[in-house]
Design a protein around this ligand. Structure first.
Ligand SMILES: Cc1cc2nc3c(=O)[nH]c(=O)nc-3n(C[C@H](O)[C@H](O)[C@H](O)COP(=O)(O)OP(=O)(O)OC[C@H]3O[C@@H](n4cnc5c(N)ncnc54)[C@H](O)[C@@H]3O)c2cc1C
Length: 400
């Protein structure tokens, strides 16, 4: 297996790198480097810059705005985005509901929603998880009953990322309580402005407000907003969840973090010398770099194998990428904490408003070390927890 890029691929990488260098607004890049929360306007601005270039939805079919790039080109693009570092396009529209609408939606749904997803005119959120239905998603209870040409939806979703900004939510709802649990689920597109929807924020351990509870009380949804057939929603959900194969490891993002760790550790001092000269610290950093290199090789193998795969079935090896990628990303936040040392203690989340206006103690970058450390615990939970990924590896790869 040849894991090297061809001269054409290297030229493509240079083109992407030059574009990102010129087009990414500096204030957004700085927030990415410093691990600060992006605003809705940052994310919309960036996606519209990508869309104007024709690169907002590279993996979609060309007729709906895709680029026709090979899997390797898509990998290179993602890698360069992460290293820039630039915000990834909002996944809920671009990587989740968009591909589902393309594969299973009606022509009217495609024309209505797809161009608005690419340009982020509509902000989508994902209404799958419920209290009691996370890893065991098929146990979901939010009910949709047919009344004439509408469904009436009642129930609750939880952990809904950035629902506070959303114009639309795509939901799995139960339309048949008698059938086997996977067979009574329907996929609905719901306008967040519909009467009966309440969004309640959940404040996370880092003080951020990125997840929410969403309540549905007699919410009327037109039948035309159902994707595909009634009670077939589980098939579409499996397609959606299996869609993200590469990029999940966020190798390039970790590379960028390690570069920053190296630069900061060369300057910040402990016991009278730069932290980078401390043997224990160097050992940890080197071990992490080796792990990251191994992960990059695994990722390239998955990308190379993708050329020969049926693109509608997920590669179980991407579970390895998810687990190792999460562990490495979390390890980078631990090293950042180590460099920040006591300056990491009196942190405030960057979007917290406690009214004190106290300047941060210590260097500016240290203020986000602890919030980022806490926030990134989430990576081993969402998108299928690491334990669930291990189950997939056991069954699909090891045959246990
Ligand atoms: C930051 C964040 C953002 C999220 N955003 C969204 C979103 O936008 N939309 C959405 O729908 N959901 C979202 N989620 C929800 C996420 O998908 C669920 O948290 C996840 O599926 C786990 O479900 P749970 O929280 O109910 O935990 P549970 O499923 O109750 O799991 C609890 C623990 O038990 C373990 N476990 C469960 N089952 C097994 C098993 N069979 N074998 C071994 N171990 C097991 C899990 O690994 C975990 O450690 C988000 C979660 C987080 C943390």
């Amino acid at each position: 297996m040849d894991l090297r890029f061809t001269p054409e691929e290297i030229a493509f990488r240079d083109e992407v790198r030059a574009f990102l260098g010129a087009a990414l607004p500096e204030p957004i890049r700085r927030k990415m480097v410093e691990g600060r929360h992006l605003t809705k306007s940052d994310i919309v601005t960036w996606q519209r810059i990508l869309n104007a270039k024709g690169w907002a939805v590279p993996h979609w079919p060309v007729e709906w705005g895709g680029t026709g790039w090979s899997p390797v080109q898509q990998y290179i693009f993602l890698d360069e985005l992460q290293q820039a570092p630039a915000p990834p396009p909002l996944p809920f529209g671009v990587s989740m509901v968009g591909p589902v609408i393309i594969a299973f939606g009606s022509e009217a749904q495609k024309r209505r929603f797809l161009p608005r997803i690419a340009n982020l005119d509509d902000w989508w959120c994902q209404g799958f998880s419920e209290p009691g239905a996370g890893s065991d998603l098929a146990s979901l209870k939010t009910a949709a009953k047919r009344e004439g040409d509408h469904y009436v939806v009642n129930g609750q979703k939880i952990w809904t990322t950035m629902a506070q900004h959303a114009d639309w939510i795509f939901c799995l709802v139960r339309t048949d309580t008698q059938a086997k649990k996977q067979e009574g689920i329907t996929f609905l597109l719901i306008d967040m402005k519909t009467p009966g929807i309440t969004v309640r924020p959940i404040v996370t351990i880092d003080g951020g407000a990125e997840v929410n509870e969403v309540f549905f009380d007699d919410v009327r949804v037109p039948l035309e907003n159902r994707v595909g057939a009634e009670n077939k929603g589980w098939d579409y959900a499996k397609f959606l969840l299996g869609n993200e194969r590469t990029g999940i490891a966020r190798v390039a993002l970790s590379k960028e973090r390690i570069r920053r760790i190296r630069a900061l550790a060369a300057v910040e001092r402990a016991d009278g010398r730069p932290i980078l000269e401390n043997e224990r610290f160097r050992e940890k950093l080197a071990a992490l770099e080796v792990e990251l290199k191994a992960l990059e090789m695994t990722q390239l193998r998955v990308v190379a194998a993708e050329r020969r795969r049926d693109r509608n079935t997920p590669d179980p090896y991407s579970s390895i990428l998810k687990i190792k990628g999460a562990e490495i990303q979390q390890a980078t936040t631990e090293l950042m904490l180590e460099i920040a040392g006591p300056y990491a203690l009196p942190y405030r989340a960057d979007d917290a408003t406690d009214g004190t206006n106290e300047p941060p103690i210590g260097p500016d970058w240290a203020a986000t070390a602890a919030p980022t450390y806490f926030n990134w615990r989430k990576i081993s939970i969402y998108g299928g927890s690491n334990e669930i990924q291990r189950n997939i590896i056991a069954k699909a790869i090891l045959g246990l």
